[in-house]
Design a protein around this ligand. Structure first.
Ligand code: GLU
Length: 509
């Protein structure tokens, strides 16, 4: 990289709703690159489109980044020397640069009303070109400072006629830039339309604001999703028109994230396949519609990031489990693929389990406890320290622990007695009654005492172990799952076990 300036990267979301996992992947790659180069990670809120503004979205984005452990070095909450960090607070800057572009002939005033724009599209529509653009072919037929001349333009301006400022794209030539993921990218400038730079409401559009802000904030590297690649020629053209070539950031357009059906991942996929799309729970303030996040589904933040890191990147070794410091050490743009990456929810769950298994017992308890409490289960840390490590292999998500451990603390609500009916005999009923009586007298028992007591009861009744194990499991746990039965017995104690045995025995008789 030839740029010798200190590395400054940015994530520039529009506060329009929940933070999509693709957005977090963009944050992550920016963050890893910044940390690798002792650089600065900036969060800039791109809120110039007032029609799409959503209350609460900005705070939500900040909270998501904090949960992920990717807090920005500079943001609205932590301003540095390059503020404002909210575009709507920078209006005068954009006017100043729009004026420069008009003076140098790279932009012009356009007074067309929405009706005139519609009429233009109707007039110029052909079979080959069903949606004509405002561009070199059409601009001279429209009402703008190029077609009207200086005097008429000044009159309209003096009269307070509403206008926008449009970029004047050249009629020929190409724009080329080097993309860190895609190599050299070239666009034919003649195909690009005269995009609006300043709107009638006085706000800049994204195209002007992103260029001016990246320049003023001395952004050295701009990594963003592939969906912004079609906008890149306008941005590069503006960088050049403003004479800022030497300061233009290094671009990287990150691969699209795809759903299981190969289409660009969207909320629709989440609903269809039952996985989260947003980092954290999000409730649309207009419709009240809630959307579950990865956090609430039971992902550890580091595991969530690990999964996202793998969407388009690998370290070449075949390793797939990385901590954040490991990702900082290993990440490189050279190994980011240009082709789309399919999000695999089952794999994300597996990655989460790998991170769960690495937690210390105390950290496991601290992470799982809030999920148990949400499900209505209160348990002491001492009990959870005993129980959770034994069941963690059976859990992928923090939210899986409740089902896998509730029977340590509560009798099963609806034990699956039907699963036992086919093989249930009078002999079995007699055995479990006598075994319940034995257990009743043993308020505390160790695992080995529980095992020995069970063997003795089997021998006395002449029942084979294989015949009694599954019924005992269903009685204690509620279904055909769970860890070692004698460990469960040692935890719940004899009287509670006896009561659970009798409940199921009664259901069966
Ligand atoms: N505001 C754009 C967004 O919402 C930023 C795109 C960019 O990084 O240039 O993603």
């Amino acid at each position: 990289m030839t740029d010798s300036r200190p590395v400054r990267v940015r994530f520039a979301p529009s506060p329009t709703g929940g933070l999509h996992l693709g957005g977090v992947r963009t944050v992550l790659y920016n963050y890893l690159f910044a940390r690798q180069h002792n650089g600065t990670f900036v969060l800039r809120i791109e809120d110039t489109d007032q029609t799409r503004f959503v209350t609460g979205a900005e705070e939500y984005i900040l909270n998501c980044l904090e949960w992920c452990g990717l807090s920005p070095d500079e943001s609205v909450a932590k301003p540095g020397l390059y503020g404002p960090y909210r575009q709507s607070e920078r209006k005068s800057d954009y006017w100043q640069y729009a004026d420069l572009l008009i003076e140098s002939g790279h932009a012009y005033y356009a007074f067309d009303t929405p009706e005139e724009l519609d009429a233009m599209r109707e007039t110029f529509k052909t079979a080959d070109n069903p949606s004509p653009q405002y561009d070199r072919h059409t601009r001279m037929q429209m009402r703008n400072s190029l077609s009207l001349g200086a005097e008429a333009t000044q009159t309209l301006l003096d009269d307070g006629t509403p206008y926008v400022v449009r970029v004047k794209m050249p009629s020929s030539g190409t724009v080329a830039f080097n993309d860190a993921v895609r190599g050299e990218v070239r666009f034919d400038l003649a195909l690009v339309d005269d995009k609006v730079l300043l709107k009638r409401d006085g706000m800049p559009t994204y195209h002007l604001a992103v260029v001016v802000d990246d320049y003023l904030m001395e952004i050295t590297h701009a990594f963003r999703g592939e969906e912004w690649l079609p906008s890149a020629p306008v941005h590069v053209f503006l960088w050049e028109a403003l004479g800022w070539n030497a300061q233009m950031p290094q671009w990287a357009h990150l691969p699209l994230i795809l759903g299981p059906d190969g289409a660009k991942l969207s909320k629709r996929h989440g609903a269809k396949y039952g996985f989260p799309i947003f980092a954290m729970n999000w409730t649309d303030p207009k419709t009240g519609e809630p959307t579950e996040g990865f956090r609430e589904r039971g992902f550890l933040p580091e595991a969530f990031l690990n999964s996202l890191a793998l969407l388009g990147w690998n370290d070449g070794s075949g390793d797939e489990i990385f901590t954040l410091p490991e990702l900082i050490a290993k990440f490189s743009l050279d190994r980011v693929a240009a082709s789309g990456a399919v999000f695999d929810y089952e794999k994300a769950k597996w990655v989460n389990q790998q991170h769960l298994l690495k937690l210390s017992d105390a950290d496991l308890v601290a992470n799982v406890k809030p999920f148990l409490e949400t499900s209505g289960l209160q348990a002491s840390d001492a009990d959870l320290l005993k129980v959770l490590p034994v069941i963690k292999e059976r859990c992928h998500l923090l939210s899986d622990f409740y089902e896998q451990c509730r029977f340590f603390f509560q009798a099963p609500e609806a034990p699956d007695a039907d699963a036992l009916r086919a093989k249930w005999t009078d002999k079995a009923a007699a055995f479990f009654e006598s075994y319940a009586t034995v257990l009743e007298a043993q308020p505390t028992l160790t695992e080995s005492e529980a095992a020995a007591g069970f063997e003795a009861a089997l021998a006395a009744a002449g029942i084979k172990k294989g015949e009694a194990m599954l019924p005992l499991r269903v009685m204690l746990v509620g279904g055909k799952f769970g860890p070692d039965l004698f460990f469960i017995l040692s935890h719940i104690g004899g009287p509670e076990a006896a009561a659970r045995i009798r409940t199921v025995r009664n259901l069966l008789s």
